[in-house]
Each structure stands twice: as C-alpha cells, then as structure tokens.
Ligand binder design. Structure first.
Ligand code: SF4
Length: 372
C-alpha cells in the first residue's frame, strides 16, 4: 500500500483488512525464514534519575517520589552495579540496558558524585561501566536521552547498540498544557538530530513512538514515515518500539480518554505496513498483557528486552512476563520465540557497524553457548 497516498484509507482500514495486508508483508520473508518472534534477555542498570526535563507522564525522574523498590538516585552505587552484574551472569543475560534521566550531570549532586568516584563526566562513567560489562560477556545498550555527536561517538566504541525514542514530533506537546512543556530535550529537531548522528556514526539503533501522550493518528503516521526516511538514508535503525503510555499514581498527566491497547496494536500494524520487514516492530509485552496474540497478528517481530530480575523502571507496576508464557503463545500461533542479542545479526556483519571489541564479546557469548 502506498501509505502517503492512502492516508485516509489507512485511517479507516478495518482490523481484518489490516491483518490481511500485514500477512502479505510478512509472506515476503516467510519463504526464507520460519515464523520467528524475538526477545532479548536483559537487565537494567538505572544509572541516575536526575533529568533536565519534566515530562508530565514521567514516573522516573528524580522529582517524583518513589516507593521502596525504585529509589531516586544521583548515581548508581558501586555495590549495586556489582550485584546486578553478578546476578546477570547467573541468569545468562546477554544485554544490559543502561538508562538514566537526560543530562544528569547538569546537576551538582551528580557532578560531585562523579568527581568523588574519579570520573570527569557522565559519559566517562558510562564508558567505564560499558567496558566492564563487555569483559563480563554482556553487551551494553545505552539509552540516556539526548547526547552530542562526540558523546555518541565515544559510546559507540563500547555499546552493541543504542537507543532514543522519538516519542512524538507533535509540537503542540511542547506548548503550555502539553506533556513536554517543560522538557527542552523533547524538541523534535534535537531528537531527530541525535538519531541522524547515530546513523552517521553507524550505530545500530532503536527508536520508537510513545503513544497516548496527546498525539493523534496523523502524527503517528508522520513519525513512522520520518523514521523510514531517516533509515533509508543511514540504514541503522534495527527496531522501532510502539509503546503505550500507562497511567500511574504520582504523575501529572491523567488523560480523560486514555489510549486503548487495541489502538496501540493497530499502530504497531501501521508500523509494519510502513516499515516492512527491514526494521523489527516491537511492543513491550508487560504493557499489552493478554493481548499478545493480537500483537503477533498485527505484525510485531519482537518483544524487546525482558528481564528475569530487574524492574521496568518507567512502568514499575507492570511486571515482565515469563519467557515460557510468551513461548507458549507464540507456539500456539505457529511462531517460535527466539532469544536475540541487542545488536541484530545483520549489523554484526554490516561494514562499520560493529566494533572489533564488541565482536570479540559476541564470540565469547557464542563460545559460552556452545560449551553449555
Ligand atoms: S526525559 Fe525521560 S526521565 Fe526525563 S522527565 Fe522525560 S520521561 Fe522522565
């Protein structure tokens, strides 16, 4: 389907017809590849809750009081890092998600903690941690909000892949009353620049849309087309996450008409039609619980990072499902659930995308697998 020409048609496409169109797209890969849905066994290192932004839907940043399990921290403690890496090794997690608020070192509290631990800045801290993870045969995937070209370049050397959600380019969200009114980091041009810079640097990349934050159907299609356009130029986007906002206590944003899971999954379906089989479409399974079958019918390829022991810090009340549970659903639908690394296979071999030291860690992981 020519999406641009058929925007109206797309808007009123019945669920049945959408699924039929998705089957046609999928049939193009099914001849060579069996039906596969992937996931990555990961754990999260929540590095700092300090953030320059105040997104109204955010539960993570340091100004929001937390429960006992998810405390606000200026910088993750050394003992906590050791404990998490040790447990990751026991669980055979292959991916570490390194996350934080945006530009945490714009705060004195974070800067003095970095200084106390002999780091000149937050990027150096991430680099140090990433190399430690690689030594432990764990592949880092960093998503800490906006970064400069130089910071991205420096982190590419020690990250298997990186990410930044585009969320939504709707500029009304930045205006008074909008969810991004006090979030300079959410100015669309800055995020687009970051994603393009990652492309210039050949960093295997994850981006995605955050739905239900005040955007509309046209915005979502526009942003999917924008991602397609960026990818056609740089060829670095390996997956696109379609994530639904979930309401929580303690945050400012409580929409009158919250987004339904059906609408989220329909958007995943549009993403599949627009992005085809070149880019994986992912929905976080903890946010669409009991709708996994529908998600597969609507073209998703991937359930993303699933942790056996750390929280989803953005949605701490939404526990990760068990792998066996997803396996059963996939099997019932004629699919196989397969574990993947945070760098997709095609990017391991694609020239310039996977530094030698990352390849070495991947070799170690493969060797450990063979010796199991
Ligand atoms: S940028 Fe992320 S951490 Fe910061 S306020 Fe927005 S959602 Fe929260």
């Amino acid at each position: 389907m020519n999406v641009l020409k058929n925007l109206e048609k797309l808007k009123y496409l019945s669920l049945k017809r959408l699924k039929e169109e998705i089957s046609e797209v999928r049939a193009e890969v099914q001849r060579e590849k069996p039906n596969i849905i992937t996931y990555s066994k990961n754990f999260t290192l929540s590095l700092s809750n300090y953030c320059q932004n105040r997104c109204k839907y955010c539960f993570y940043n340091h100004t929001i009081p937390k429960g006992s399990e998810e405390e606000n921290i200026a910088l993750i403690r050394e003992e906590k890092i050791n404990e998490l890496i040790q447990t990751a090794t026991q669980y055979k997690c292959r991916e570490a998600l390194l996350m934080s608020g945006e530009f945490p070192d714009s705060y004195n509290e974070v800067r003095s903690e970095l200084e106390r631990r002999n780091f000149k800045d937050f990027t150096q801290f991430i680099r140090n941690l990433s190399f430690r993870l690689l030594d432990a045969s764990i592949l880092p995937h960093t998503n800490v909000g906006l970064l400069t070209y130089e910071q991205l370049k420096s982190l590419k050397e020690c990250n298997a892949s990186m990410g930044l959600m585009i969320e939504s380019t709707n500029k009304f969200l930045l205006k008074k009353g909008g969810v991004h009114h006090n979030s300079p980091g959410k100015i669309p041009e800055n995020r687009i620049k970051h994603i393009k810079n990652a492309g210039r640097l050949k960093i295997p990349f994850t981006t995605g849309l955050l739905l239900g934050i005040g955007e509309n159907f046209e915005d979502r299609i526009h942003d999917l087309l924008l991602i397609k356009d960026i990818h056609s130029k740089y060829g670095h986007i390996q997956e696109v996450i379609i994530q639904n906002f979930t309401d929580k206590e303690g945050i400012e944003y409580h929409p009158e008409n919250p987004l339904t899971i059906e609408e989220t999954l329909k958007t995943a379906g549009f993403a599949k039609l627009i992005l085809g089989n070149e880019i994986s479409i992912q929905v976080p399974p903890n946010l669409i619980q009991n709708h996994e079958k529908e998600a597969i019918e609507l073209g998703i390829d991937d359930f993303g990072g699933i942790s056996p022991y750390t929280l989803d810090y953005i949605n701490p009340k939404h526990a990760w499902p068990k792998i066996e549970y997803l396996e059963k659903i996939c099997k019932r639908m004629g699919y196989q659930l397969v574990e993947r690394l945070p760098i997709y296979e095609k990017y391991i071999i694609k020239k310039g995308f996977c530094p030698e030291n990352i390849k070495k860690t991947i070799d170690n992981i493969n060797l450990n697998e063979r010796n199991k």
